[in-house]
Every structure is written in C-alpha cells, then in structure tokens.
Design a binder for this molecule. Structure first.
Ligand code: CO
Length: 220
C-alpha cells in the first residue's frame, strides 16, 4: 500500500524551510491564533484561501463547503462563524465564490448527483430568486458566471442575517462581511461591492450590488 510518502516528504521540507526562515514561527503560532479574517469559500481544490491572498498560517480562519453556501440550519458553518466572531474576534468575514464553480453549474443544470442535490437546492433558490436577471442572459457561460456572483451576494446576506452577526453588531463589535469572486482563469480576486457592516440594511446593500450586476451584464 502506498502511504503518500511524498506528502510527508513535502511536509518535512516545508517545516524545515519555515523554521529556517523564521525560527520563532511554530512556537509563536503554538501559543495562539489571532486571525483577522474569516474565509467562507468553496471546497474546490483550485481555490485555497491562504495562497490566493498571500496569507501565512495563523492569518485566516477558514470554512469551506461545496459552492460556499451559508444555510441557517447548518450547525457546522454556524459554529465556525460563531467561533470566528465571538472567540477569535475577526474583523472581516469574506464569502468567496469562484467562476467555473461545479456546484453552481450542477445546480443550474438541475443535474442529479446524489445526496448533494439537496445542498445545491439552495443555489437553485438563488437562481429562482433572480430569474429576472438570469432569464435575460442568452449566453449560458454568462448565466453561469452571473449565478456564481449572485450566489456570493445571497450568501453574504445570509451571513448578515445570522443571530451571530446581528448580535455582534448590536453589542458594537466591528465586523464587516464581504462578497468576493475568484477567477480561475487569471487568479484574480474581485470585490462584488456587497460589504455589510450592520449600518445599512442587507436588502439595500444587495440592491446596490444587483444594480452593478445589471450594468456589468448590460441589462436594462
Ligand atoms: Co466551487
């Protein structure tokens, strides 16, 4: 049986190189983690939070699932969010989608893949909610890209409506929730301008972001 020796070899090299460059690195991180950022992204292997943002271990707290969905009954995601906000005290939560997302594509196609269909149902809800925008895009790739963006926008709204975010804002904790999209084609990250800080109602922020989508896709 092959025991993935190359991965252990990579690890030994990485640990040695890291310690050589910064001898205090591991002892410092062993004491505590104090990340300022919490990343909610897609499980896609091509979208690793740290590498894309140039952040070192200890700098970003991460939750990933298929198609970066935030569901109000998902105790896993909510627990990570609670820990990030209440215990770690992160200042920024970013929901990061990506173009070319297979989960979004499968939801769009109504393709049956098994258990995951139930999860992707949440993205179909996003598509239904924004049928007026998606229905006017003749090109399938444009619809796919647009739904990737709309999904991020709606998940930012979902984070903002959790009791966790609302309670944090009520007690005066500064937490900004951002919506970003990553482009597999060139490695670029873009802000979808849907940042919520608790000052403006989520629906108003979403309306502004949707306006930008309409102009980006040249919709009336
Ligand atoms: Co994806």
């Amino acid at each position: 049986m092959k025991l993935l020796n190359e991965l252990f070899e990579n690890n030994r090299r990485w640990a040695a190189d890291t310690a050589a460059t910064d001898p205090e690195f591991f002892s410092r991180l062993e004491q505590l983690q104090s990340p300022r950022y919490f990343w909610i992204g897609c499980s896609d292997s091509r979208v690793p939070a740290n590498q894309i943002t140039g952040l070192a271990p200890g700098e970003v707290f991460v939750h990933r699932n298929v198609a970066n969905v935030v569901v109000h009954t998902d105790l896993n995601c909510l627990s990570v969010l609670q820990y990030a906000i209440d215990v770690l005290g992160v200042s920024h939560v970013m929901v990061v989608g990506h173009y070319g997302c297979g989960g979004v594509k499968a939801a769009m196609a109504g393709q049956s893949l098994g258990l995951i269909d139930n999860w992707l149902r949440h993205i179909q809800d996003v598509a239904d909610r924004h049928a007026a925008i998606l229905g006017t895009l003749p090109d399938e790739d444009d619809r796919w890209r647009c739904l990737c963006e709309l999904n991020v926008i709606e998940q930012v709204r979902n984070v903002a409506r959790t009791t966790l975010a609302c309670d944090a804002w009520r007690r005066g904790q500064q937490v900004a929730i951002h919506g970003w999209i990553y482009d597999l084609a060139d490695g670029g990250l873009r802000d979808l301008d849907v940042t919520m800080t608790g000052e403006v109602p989520p629906d108003i922020v979403v309306a502004g972001a949707l306006e930008q989508i309409r102009s980006r896709y040249r919709l009336a």
